[in-house]
Design a protein around this ligand. Structure first.
Ligand SMILES: NC(=O)c1ccc[n+]([C@@H]2O[C@H](COP(=O)([O-])OP(=O)(O)OC[C@H]3O[C@@H](n4cnc5c(N)ncnc54)[C@H](O)[C@@H]3O)[C@@H](O)[C@H]2O)c1
Ligand SMILES: [Zn+2]
Length: 362
């Protein structure tokens, strides 16, 4: 078991990572909430169908009664309507403020369930049990919660750090292979922005992580390394004033690409992979990195089973408006996060805008 602690304005919390921790969930929650009689569960039908019985069994054995609220599966249901439906379940059950919500699922469930916990009775204790790669290495950590608005993704939300995070990498075994590989996009991001131990591990074993066969021990190692990285960064910079920006590596072009494609046909981690290559192409064009970083990254990203070509049907004119709309824009120019050498990036706040079209590599 790896325990990673996160500092937050609302108090510290631990991330517990262990392959096979699920059965111990009930006793662990009993330690955190010694006198609670009920736990609310937020999930979706896919995840709940796979793990609901085992989770509920563990909680009931530890003496908790449960109230389950499921939202429909998919990003298009990460909405105020779904959020309201979740809140209604707990209000109808006459929820009390000290009764916790345990949110079990990927980033969609985590973001929406986390916001539900912030809003219900002005805030009830929140516990995350992330079940996708993206959620275990990224979205459950750091306290960002939210839902989408038709004007844009994640535009409605709140900071709501959890009381604890329970990550069981064994649960990743049932994830569709494409989702697992897309999660590797975010894993590669931690390696490229500074985790050289992770980078070496990926250089050695990325095919195993991206392959049909699932290696829980290897995934436990990878999830732990990434969780340490994210925990360190958000502990130092919870509100995204400085270093947390590095986590946006590959996201400027990635988000723009997702936007131009209308969020159809591409997964977020795939877009991030392409976005990281865009940053490498710009970095070489601007002579910030020596030639070679692009092909180094392309090789590793390709070995992870992720796309390594910019979609031909999307020309620069089409992504330009989305680059400007990036939430990280300050005063007009989008800050660029560019690789210098493998494992090191630099933030560029002012630059010649003629550099941007180089991001559309071929
Ligand atoms: N809060 C943050 O800091 C943060 C960071 C990154 C991403 N996000 C958000 O996360 C979301 C994406 O998260 P995601 O990639 O986890 O997508 P997701 O939650 O949609 O999950 C992907 C798919 O996998 C299924 N699934 C989940 N766990 C499974 C399991 N163990 N076995 C089988 N299937 C399983 C889900 O039902 C879903 O169909 C986006 O909405 C994004 O905005 C938030
Ligand atoms: Zn991301």
């Amino acid at each position: 078991m790896t325990t990673v602690s996160v500092r937050s304005a609302s108090g510290p919390y631990d991330i517990l990572i262990e392959k096979g921790l699920l059965p111990g969930l009930g006793p662990s929650l009993r330690t955190i909430f010694p006198s609670a009689t009920r736990i609310g569960l937020v999930s979706n039908p896919v995840v709940w169908g796979l793990y609901g019985d085992r989770i509920q069994g563990s909680l009931e054995k530890a003496g908790f009664r449960t109230v389950v609220a499921l939202h429909p599966d998919g990003e298009r249901f990460k909405t105020m309507e779904s959020l309201m439906a979740l809140l209604t379940v707990f209000l109808e059950a006459r929820w009390e403020r000290r009764e916790p919500l345990l949110v079990v699922g990927g980033g969609v469930t985590g973001d929406m369930g986390g916001l539900a916990a912030a809003l219900l009775l002005r805030g009830v204790p929140l516990i995350h049990m992330p079940t996708t790669v993206v959620a275990q290495v990224d979205s459950s950590i750091g306290g960002k919660t939210g839902v989408d608005h038709f004007l844009g993704k994640n535009l409605i939300g709140a900071f709501n750090p959890p009381r604890a995070i329970f990550a069981d990498p064994a649960l990743l075994a049932t994830l569709p292979l494409r989702e697992r590989r897309a999660g590797l996009g975010e894993v590669l991001k931690y390696a490229f922005i500074g985790d050289t131990a992770l980078l070496s591990l990926l250089e050695e074993r990325v095919e195993e992580l991206a392959g049909e066969k699932f290696d829980g021990i290897l995934w436990e190692k990878v999830v732990s390394l990434c969780a340490v990285d994210k925990a360190r960064i958000v502990s130092e910079d919870e509100r995204e004033a400085g270093e947390r920006m590095l986590l946006n590596f590959g996201h400027t072009f990635g988000h723009a690409l997702e936007g131009a494609l209308g969020f159809e046909g591409i997964l977020h981690g795939e877009a991030v992979a392409i976005g990281m290559l865009s940053a490498a192409a710009i970095s070489e064009a601007a002579s910030i990195a020596a030639p070679g970083i692009f092909s180094f990254m392309k090789s590793l990203i390709g070995r992870a089973g992720l796309p390594v070509a910019w979609p031909r049907e999307i020309p620069f004119a089409q992504i330009q408006p989305y680059l400007v709309r990036d939430k990280k824009t300050s005063g007009g120019q989008v800050a660029l996060i560019l690789p210098e050498v493998p494992g090191r990036v630099r933030i560029l706040r002012e630059y010649d805008t003629n550099l941007l079209p180089n991001g559309l590599f071929s």
